[in-house]
Design a binder for this molecule. Structure first.
Ligand SMILES: [Ca+2]
Ligand SMILES: [Ca+2]
Length: 176
């Protein structure tokens, strides 16, 4: 639940908030134009996606694809392969220990050793498995072993399940 408030006569239509998210407008004084306006919203995910924080995640473990085909699939869903930024997010992603490795959005295919996330977010949190990344036979794509959450730089042409991630939709009260 996000609540954001502002003071002033023109505080309306705050970025990311629909006017239907308007919680209340409070006029501070009868003869003044100063008002306090508050918006409230929540994140919401389409069917097939799981909500965590402000993001929606889709776990695809049945249909396997190369890293690039998996990223293309996520893009068609207005998502990217998942990026990972904290222990808490890792716990969410590995909550169902399936024992398989899935594609994540990390890659170093632009600059060898220059790891980045396909969604453009900063590549700061890391959890490489011991000895990796080793660029074995030119590995440039990041897979995560769901059992322990450790990462491997992997062969991009390998076909694996994958995790897509996208920003949750803004939802006001019961509007979606
Ligand atoms: Ca590499
Ligand atoms: Ca490796």
């Amino acid at each position: 639940m996000n609540v954001i408030c502002g003071i002033g006569p023109f505080f309306i239509g705050f970025p990311g908030f629909q006017t239907s998210c308007l919680l209340f407008t409070l006029r501070l004084a009868e003869d003044m134009l100063i008002t306090v306006t508050c918006f409230v919203s929540d994140s919401h995910c389409d069917a097939g996606y799981l909500l965590y924080g402000d993001f929606c995640y889709q776990f695809e473990t049945e249909s396997v694809k190369t890293w690039h085909d998996a990223e293309a699939h996520c893009s068609r869903e207005q998502a990217h392969l998942a990026s990972l930024h904290s222990e808490e997010e890792l716990s969410f992603l590995t909550g169902d220990p399936t024992g398989i490795s899935l594609w994540m959005g990390g890659h170093d295919s632009v600059t060898e050793g220059g790891w980045e996330w396909s969604n453009g977010s900063p590549f700061r949190y890391i959890r490489w498995s011991p000895g990796n990344p080793d660029n074995f036979n030119g590995e440039d794509c990041l897979s995560i072993l769901i059992n322990n959450g450790y990462w491997n730089d992997d062969t991009c042409q390998q076909k694996r399940g994958y995790i897509c991630k996208r920003k949750g939709e803004i939802c006001c009260f019961n509007c979606c």
